[in-house]
Design a protein around this ligand. Structure first.
Ligand SMILES: NC(=O)c1ccc[n+]([C@@H]2O[C@H](COP(=O)([O-])OP(=O)(O)OC[C@H]3O[C@@H](n4cnc5c(N)ncnc54)[C@H](OP(=O)(O)O)[C@@H]3O)[C@@H](O)[C@H]2O)c1
Length: 271
């Protein structure tokens, strides 16, 4: 018996990267569940993709910063056994840093970029583990590796998405569930205008089709971390190896020599 291709649930499917993933998975023959707040745009995308590809598409209007809406999507992921791929893509950026930041805006960013991503993964993982397969694509950002070049909570939220993906990979590795972290750099989507920036003033902006096609090449190779714009994959591998080389050195009963009090060379007064 030919096994049905898994249904793909895409968050933030009404525009940009999420809408492009929806297009690509529909063309591969996967049924879709499209999630975002703008129901009209979701319905338009769904009608076009149904007509062009013949796949089944459900539209779920949800504000993932709203607990009740988020819970509905979690329930769908828990209960709908046809869903075999979760794309945790919905995300926002926000202008400004901490000196002049709006904490309510930051809080909403964290609820979407961090809490929703975590809860949706947490909702689906037990079912994926029980059936021994499934995939989660988490859309992080290169700013997760470079939080010092963007203000506010966006970079840190994307560092979390990368760390969450690595934690999930460690927990789920070898149990049939694949987790990919995708780290785009600047990509031409509406996210820039929504956070008050003109994308045309930036250099090195990737088109969204190229970004998603490259991320899917990484997905097909079952890469753990895919950084589409990075020319030399060895740079990421060296960085990650340096991080891992530190790990055995953390298990020590005593503080490092440079922090021991009683050593006159270590006191500020001695300087
Ligand atoms: N474009 C870049 O340069 C870039 C670079 C690195 C990483 N990324 C990441 O890529 C992902 C997609 O962003 P994009 O560039 O494609 O931007 P986008 O075109 O603005 O898409 C964002 C998507 O998230 C949805 N969304 C926003 N708030 C939501 C909420 N409260 N509940 C549910 N859905 C919500 C939006 O739909 P509704 O408004 O209809 O809800 C939209 O579909 C984000 O996680 C972003 O951080 C983008």
């Amino acid at each position: 018996m030919v096994r049905q291709l898994p249904t793909v649930l895409v968050t933030g499917a009404s525009s940009g990267i999420g809408a492009t993933y929806a297009d690509r998975f529909a063309r591969r023959g996967h049924d879709l569940v499209l999630v975002a707040r703008d129901q009209t745009r979701l319905e338009e995308l769904a009608s076009r993709l149904r007509a062009e590809t013949g796949v089944k598409i459900d539209v779920v209007r949800a504000d993932l910063t709203d607990s009740a809406d988020l819970a509905r999507v979690e329930t769908r992921l828990r209960d709908d056994d046809s869903i075999g791929v979760l794309i945790n893509n919905a995300g926002v950026s926000a202008p400004g840093g901490f000196a002049n930041g709006d904490l309510d805006v930051m809080d909403r960013l964290i609820r979407l970029n961090v809490t929703a991503v975590t809860r949706l993964a947490g909702a689906v993982v037990p079912r994926f583990l029980a059936r021994g397969d499934g995939a989660i694509i988490n859309i992080a950002s290169v700013l997760g590796l470079a939080p010092e070049i963007s203000l506010g909570a966006y970079g840190p939220s994307k560092a979390y998405v990368l760390a969450l993906s690595q934690s999930l990979q460690a927990e789920l590795g070898g149990r049939g569930v694949y987790v990919q972290a995708v780290l785009p750099a600047a990509t031409r989507t509406e996210i820039w205008a929504k956070s008050g920036r003109d994308v045309n003033t930036l250099k090195g902006v990737m088109e969204v089709d190229e970004l998603v096609d490259a991320a899917l090449a990484g997905f097909d190779r079952r890469e753990a971390v895919t950084i589409p714009p990075l020319p030399d994959a060895g740079q990421w591998e060296k960085f990650n190896a340096a991080r891992q080389a530190m790990l055995p050195n953390f298990a020590n009963e005593h503080a490092a020599e440079r922090y021991r009090t009683g050593n006159p060379g270590n006191s500020i007064a001695a300087q």
